[in-house]
Design a binder for this molecule. Structure first.
Ligand code: PRP
Ligand code: URA
Length: 212
């Protein structure tokens, strides 16, 4: 994993391989969904690396073992609808006890401005560390808007996990919210005139759900 000032790029071979399959326009929706979930599991493994542990004792068939478990840290995963759902699914395989919040934001296709249409978060979200997930960080407007939602609800520790980021999106999210760590599998060079990441992987929501 490479680190540049609160931005973490996952260079693990399995992640890189799966992201290449995701980029392929011939990958079916079924495969795409499976791959997004698998990459979220692999990324989630690193994103949860700093979870605190506590000591416990467990009786094995032979003796008492002094061992460790996660120290009751409260976590929530919050997908940005729709495409974030695919990543939340993978993250929950790894951390099934996490609560789930949903933030609905779509980009206006003309202005590229984020439009908010839904927000339902666990009632104790202000006591939880939040992993916000969305496969694409393009202009950064959606992610930055979602972080605003969470901060208005007094969430203090937010990590953002995506598959492909643009340099512009990283700059925007980092400038708006320097406290939010950004985790991604690839950083692509540019956006096209429609705000799509190039080369990217296309429209993540449409590819996940077979719409369009
Ligand atoms: C996509 C993507 C992000 C957003 C990124 O969602 O899943 O939420 O665009 O773009 P931005 O960084 O420029 O804001 P989209 O608006 O296509 O909605 P969808 O998930 O419902 O398809
Ligand atoms: N949203 C997507 O789904 N893909 C992009 O490339 C940009 C925004």
């Amino acid at each position: 994993m490479q680190n540049m000032d609160n931005v973490f790029i996952f260079d693990h071979p399995l992640i890189q391989h799966k992201v290449s399959l995701l980029r392929d326009k011939n990958t079916s929706s079924k495969e795409f969904r499976e791959l997004v979930s698998e990459v979220a599991v692999l990324m989630g493994y690193e994103v949860t690396r700093d979870l605190p542990l506590m000591d416990i004792e467990v009786e094995t068939p032979l003796a008492v073992a002094k061992t460790k478990v996660i120290a009751g840290k409260k976590l929530a995963v919050v997908p940005i609808l729709r495409a974030g759902l695919g990543m939340a699914d993978g993250f929950l395989k790894l951390v099934p006890m996490a609560r789930v919040g949903h933030i609905g934001i779509y980009r206006d296709h003309e202005t590229l401005e984020p439009i908010e249409y839904y927000c339902k978060l666990p009632s104790d979200i202000d006591e939880r560390d939040v992993v916000l997930v969305d496969p694409m960080l393009a202009t950064g407007g959606s992610a930055s808007g979602a972080v605003n939602f969470l901060k208005k609800r007094n969430v203090k520790n937010i990590k953002f996990m995506c598959l492909i980021a643009s340099q512009e999106g990283i700059r925007r999210l980092h400038n708006d919210h320097p406290d939010v760590a950004i985790y991604c599998a690839a950083v692509d060079e540019k956006l096209n005139e429609h705000g799509y990441i190039v080369p990217g992987l296309g429209d993540a929501g449409d590819r996940l759900f077979g719409t369009k």
